[in-house]
Ligand binder design. Structure first.
Ligand code: 1GP
Length: 235
């Protein structure tokens, strides 16, 4: 399974709680995939638990591996983030190399993709943990996009504003700049309107926190994204 057809994705955090009812509604919402991952508190056990609960449903499920300890078998796809705008090499290739050392023969390479993260919200937990240099102007953001897309040829370029709705103009420019990768946008999408705006700008729209704040409203983001992608404009 690859990500080419993903327009809308829900990101689930194994360290947070969802009732069975909510999880069922999420899995049957029509989203293209679930991505399981988080910036802190993710363990092997809570990842296995969440995988077992979503496996009852048909929705494809990917694991975003921010820490090798949470590498759980049985996902459809594995996404490995490389944080590009940090000076700490451990978050670009160091931890990934440690993961390969530890799990080498077990890694399903054919189902593993790298994501080039460009983190743009200084308040985001991921920015704090990775010491990302989030104060990028647009020109510099696009330079990182070129590094990810044209130089490293990563399949996913991820503009991450986690916790805050981002600059859609910048996201749109980033997508138009791409030569081969797919532009993921995530951050602060709370409702259908913001999801629609993000769908106009990015290839793939990721909704996370809203599921834990107001999941019924979050579910409306699926239709909003699908409609924009179908019509090619806000409707
Ligand atoms: C987080 O990009 C995702 O990695 C989604 O962000 O949680 O703010 O929706 P939110």
């Amino acid at each position: 399974m690859q990500v080419a057809g993903w327009e809308h994705v829900f990101k689930l955090d194994p360290d947070k709680t969802l009732s069975d009812e909510t999880l069922e509604a999420i899995c049957e919402s029509g989203t293209d995939a679930l991505v399981i991952g988080g910036s802190s508190g993710v363990t092997y056990d809570n990842t296995v638990d969440l995988l077992a609960r979503v496996r009852r449903y048909e929705v494809p499920c990917a694991l975003e591996l921010s820490t090798p300890e949470a590498a759980v078998p049985g996902f459809d796809l594995y996404l490995v983030p490389l944080v590009l705008n940090t000076e700490r090499g451990a978050w670009i290739t160091g931890r990934q190399a440690e993961g390969v050392l530890g799990y080498g023969p077990l890694i399903p390479w054919e189902a593993t993709l790298a994501e080039g993260y460009i983190i743009l919200n200084a308040e985001a937990e991921a920015a704090r943990v990775t010491e990302a240099q989030t104060e990028l102007d647009e020109e510099r953001t696009l330079a990182y996009v070129d590094v990810a897309d044209r130089l490293m040829r990563l399949p996913i370029i991820y503009l991450e504003y986690s916790g805050r709705f981002g600059d859609m103009e910048r996201v749109r420019r980033a997508r138009r700049r791409l030569a081969q990768g797919r532009l993921f946008y995530g951050g602060g999408i709370a409702d259908a309107e913001q999801a629609a705006a993000a769908a106009l700008a990015a290839d793939t729209v990721v909704v996370g926190n809203a599921l834990y704040a107001d999941w019924r409203t979050a579910l409306h983001t699926v239709d909003a994204v699908k409609r924009v992608k179908r019509e090619g404009k806000l409707v």
